[in-house]
Design a protein around this ligand. Structure first.
Ligand code: MN
Length: 201
């Protein structure tokens, strides 16, 4: 049985960039629904119920075909949101140390990195996520559709932004660009630095 991971901060901790009402609905309703639907999808497969979400997503080909799509969608929804909540923190600034160096080396500058990540967030048509991952030892920015997770492609997620409308519509309505711009004020770079260090090992 999977359970909903609690938010590591109060619902209003990210105001005004991400509002309290959005956080309440996003976490308590949307994220909860992914947890419930993942449990429902695996309820007839006791051996799958013993696995973590990450284990389920790592090799989707091992999931029986009749439940592969719901496991991919709802498992991705569970894992991606677990990851997303942890990397949000208000007014942290910019990355430091080895991650800052790697970003500069790969993208030219932090500003160029922001441009490219913003482009990935804006060009995702419909619902999905923008990601910074480590893949084959290189930093990579890209986006996934729906709840697809880099975990399923063997990539190590470092940072992501949820660009589903449910992540921003109450406050920003159709203005995804404003939400994506506000996102730079709520990134917990210490967490991203930790992910980078772990992925480089
Ligand atoms: Mn979401």
């Amino acid at each position: 049985m999977h359970t909903l991971q609690q938010l590591p901060y109060p619902y209003n901790a990210l105001e005004p960039y991400i509002d309290e009402q959005t956080m309440r609905i996003h976490h308590d309703k949307h994220h909860q629904a992914y947890v419930d639907n993942l449990n429902k999808a695996t309820e007839t497969n006791p051996e799958l119920q013993k696995l973590t979400v990450e284990q389920l997503l790592r090799d989707l080909n091992k999931i029986p075909e009749n439940i592969r799509t719901p496991v991919r969608n709802h498992g991705g929804g569970v894992w991606n949101h677990n990851f997303f909540w942890q990397l949000l923190k208000k007014d942290v600034g910019e990355p430091k140390g080895a991650l800052a160096e790697a970003i500069k080396k790969r993208f030219g500058s932090f500003e160029k990195f922001k441009e490219e990540f913003t482009k990935a967030s804006m060009s995702r048509f419909g619902s999905g996520w923008a990601w910074l991952v480590l893949a084959k030892g290189e930093l990579e920015i890209y986006s996934t559709a729906n709840q697809d997770s880099p975990i399923s492609e063997g990539k190590a997620p470092l940072l992501c932004n949820d660009v589903w409308e449910h992540a921003y519509y109450l406050k920003y309505q159709n203005r995804r660009a404003e939400y994506v711009a506000a996102f730079w004020n709520v990134i917990n770079w210490a967490y991203v630095e930790k992910n980078f260090a772990a992925a480089m090992k």
